[in-house]
Write a protein that binds this ligand. Structure first.
Ligand SMILES: Nc1ncnc2c1ncn2[C@@H]1O[C@H](COP(=O)(O)OP(=O)(O)OP(=O)(O)O)[C@@H](O)[C@H]1O
Length: 704
């Protein structure tokens, strides 16, 4: 079926089951139908009957989709009913699974039904079959050859409603994009990293497929045509920043340890860094008056040409810690202005695990290089490859990239590596784990890439599991320096952490209660799977809490729209999977709620670090379900006590009654620990929990 056919189907009456629930104008324009600002069709629809029943009936669920035999039949015949709304074919819930193995049964089992569906996702095998068919079927919404009815539901859901990620995009999106059936790619690619795909099994970690392949057209699959809007060019926007918080000065009291030989002394002020005037001007315009600890130590180390592995708490200024000295070097070395060339040879390559994060790093690079001849460029997956190439050929000194797109562009011979002097891995532990590690290894063995002796390699993160540090040795000169700011892998102390014991069936109610108390303050809600992100976002909208969501199954356009709506406060609640756990620096995020706890403690540290940034305070509330979370109790107690937070007695009890292989951290009184692995064992041993060691069974995210 061609695109046109899909489009024809899309605007068929199925819309009617969808439109009443969401803002009609936004959706039907196709331009901005990306957020979940939902407008109930009528108050009666919102208030009609018990919530679950209502939820099943209204809008996204619209009964038709979820589940009875008719719906299945209907899906078979009318694939594009997917557009009919979130629930079309979603199978969330009771009736949705009446005819398949996942049946939960009674009509009150909406939530339970969802949960079960979710569990089944985690179980892997059936999902995989579905994905296979989905992947191979352009625009097929997974209907190509579903293995069973559940798969069929799955397929349709994915391409489905506004939360469903890879729904076909209507035209007029403001970027010149025309309608494209993204579904095939969507599922196959939304979670492009099989690592985090819904492949789910442990082996899935190793079976990921580079986004590069798909987008380059080397493999079958639809083209990605999304062109992100250019960032604002005016100086005010470039230098827009938020205020440091009341605890900014307390950074000075954090213990820092530098290990390795001949470390240059720390600097105390920006002046001591002896940067050029333009950089100093930019630093001032960015509102930076005082160095953070990681900057005090890292800047002189990088200026001295040393390789570095730096570990500092979330939100403490790691980005500037590497950007400023790199730019200073470039300025000092008299870099030649970029000009149009088919093959660009950047001096610096920065890689990060998610598209949104690399974009943020690019904006920082653009800010600090403002008024210089250094040109920064960003490229990332989910956007048109041609657009990335056009950005690059215009000139490129600092290339900010996600790994898949980077390898793709290198493969297309648009980027040469000979001139690379600086290689930066942000969120380095993530970049070196089983998901991205192979890609990073490929990168450093690419023809032309200077050997580690010839380039400067810099790694930054808030967490650095030991085994990842060992892997990092392959990338770094043997005399690299290790900077540990405070407790390596520890949580930011400016975040007040609360752990609540909440069973899975009570979570939604608790969430609504908390969000109602919070009011309009910006809140990130983390859940474990993409489907659940959609589900919870939809649920909150039903509760009239303006919510949007971000996860790997959403179109890149939708992801960016969601982030934009959250940033500007239009949607004060962002439901997210782990794709948003790392690095994102969003002003005024006052709360993080772990609706689901992650399976890895380092992930927890990153998630709660979306609040309490740069000396500001924040709060994190986590729902702990003893049924599913006991494995994280021990490291959680450790993180809480290290950050001088209250540890609930019940949590300690669970922690001490749960055997966790490999966990040896003492849970009390550890103020500082150096964990440079060259020196010995870590005291914050995340063994058994780190992402590198323990594949997360529901780590189904798309990153790059
Ligand atoms: N010296 C400084 N003075 C004022 N603001 C700063 C300073 N350094 C960084 N910031 C600001 O602090 C915020 C957090 O910085 P950044 O995003 O680099 O943190 P991070 O350590 O990389 O966090 P994460 O671990 O979550 O990635 C940003 O808004 C940044 O502009």
């Amino acid at each position: 079926m061609g695109d046109e056919d899909w489009e024809a189907e899309i605007i068929k009456p199925h819309m009617s089951s969808y439109v009443p629930v969401f803002e009609k104008d936004r959706y039907s324009s196709g331009a901005n139908g990306d957020t979940f600002n939902r407008t109930p069709a009528s108050s009666s629809e919102m208030d009609d009957g018990p919530r679950r029943d209502h939820f099943m009936r209204s809008g996204f669920a619209s009964g038709r989709s979820l589940g009875n035999r008719d719906a299945v039949e209907s899906n078979k015949r009318e694939t594009p009913s997917t557009v009919g709304g979130f629930g079309v074919g979603k199978g969330f819930g009771n009736r949705g699974f009446l005819n398949n193995k996942l049946e939960e049964g009674d009509s009150s089992g909406f939530w339970r039904g969802y949960q079960d569906g979710n569990d089944s996702e985690a179980s892997g095998s059936s999902r995989r079959g579905g994905r296979g068919s989905f992947r191979g079927c352009r625009g097929g919404f997974g209907l190509g050859s579903p293995n069973n009815e559940f798969e069929q539901h799955e397929g349709t859901q994915r391409a489905g409603g506004p939360f469903g990620s890879k729904r076909p995009t209507l035209s007029g999106a403001g970027n010149g994009d025309t309608y494209q059936s993204r579904s095939g790619s969507g599922s196959g690619r939304g979670g492009y990293k099989g690592l985090n795909e819904e492949v789910i099994t442990g082996s899935g970690k190793n079976s990921w497929k580079s986004e590069a392949e798909g987008e380059s057209g080397d493999t079958q699959g639809p083209k990605v045509t999304y062109i992100p809007p250019p960032p604002p060019e005016d100086e005010d926007s470039i230098f827009a920043h938020y205020q440091t918080g009341i605890n900014f000065d307390k950074y000075d009291t954090i213990l820092v340890e530098v290990s390795g030989h001949d470390a240059p002394p720390a600097i105390l002020t920006f002046e001591e860094a002896n940067l050029c005037q333009t950089l100093n001007n930019n630093i001032a315009k960015a509102g930076y008056t005082k160095l953070t600890p990681v900057q005090k130590y890292s800047i002189p180390i990088i200026l001295a040409g040393r390789d570095l592995m730096a570990c500092a708490q979330t939100g403490s200024g790691k980005t500037a810690a590497f950007l400023l000295p790199i730019l200073a070097h470039m300025m000092r070395d008299g870099i030649t202005a970029s000009r149009f060339k088919e093959l660009q040879e950047p001096e610096c390559i920065i890689v990060a695990p998610t598209r949104e994060l690399i974009n943020q790093i690019y904006l920082e690079a653009r800010k600090f290089s403002f008024g210089t001849c250094v040109r920064a460029v960003v490229i990332y997956g989910g956007t048109q490859l041609g657009h990335s190439i056009r950005q690059i050929v215009q000139g490129c000194n600092v290339l900010c990239a996600t790994p898949g797109r980077l390898m793709d562009i290198i493969g297309k011979e648009k980027i040469g590596l000979k001139q690379v002097k600086y290689l930066v891995l942000d969120e380095a532990d993530r970049m070196l784990d089983m998901g991205f590690g192979p890609e990073m290894k490929k990168l450093i063995s690419c023809p032309g890439m200077p050997s580690k002796e010839q380039r400067q390699t810099l790694m930054f993160s808030a967490t650095f599991p030991e085994e990842i540090q060992r892997l990092a040795g392959e990338f770094l000169k043997s005399n690299y320096l290790f900077v540990a700011v405070g407790q390596v892998g520890g949580a930011c102390r400016d975040v007040q952490q609360t752990i609540l014991q909440v069973g899975q069936y009570s979570k939604r109610e608790k969430l609504v209660e908390i969000l109602r108390n919070i009011g309009d303050e910006r809140t990130m809600v983390f859940v474990e799977t993409k489907k659940k992100a959609d589900f919870i976002a939809t649920f909150l909208c039903q509760e009239k809490i303006s919510t949007t969501s971000i996860h790997g199954d959403r179109e890149q356009r939708e992801r960016e729209q969601a982030l934009g709506d959250f940033r500007c406060g239009k949607c004060p609640v962002l439901v997210a999977t782990s794709v948003a756990a790392r690095g994102l620096d969003i002003e005024n995020v006052q709360h993080v709620i772990n609706f689901d706890l992650p399976s890895a403690i380092d992930e927890y540290v990153h998630r709660i670090g979306r609040t309490g940034r740069c000396g500001n305070t924040g709060r994190a509330v986590s729902f702990f379900d003893p049924e599913s979370d006991s494995h994280i109790a021990q490291p959680l107690v450790k993180v809480l006590s290290d950050a001088q937070q209250d540890v609930p007695a019940w949590l300690e009890e669970i922690a001490f009654s749960t055997y966790v292989p490999g966990f040896s951290g003492s849970t009390r009184g550890n103020v500082f620990a150096s964990v440079d692995t060259r020196k010995g064992k870590s005291t914050l041993n995340t063994a058994g929990f780190s992402s590198s060691q323990t594949p997360n069974p529901v780590d189904d995210e798309s990153w790059d």
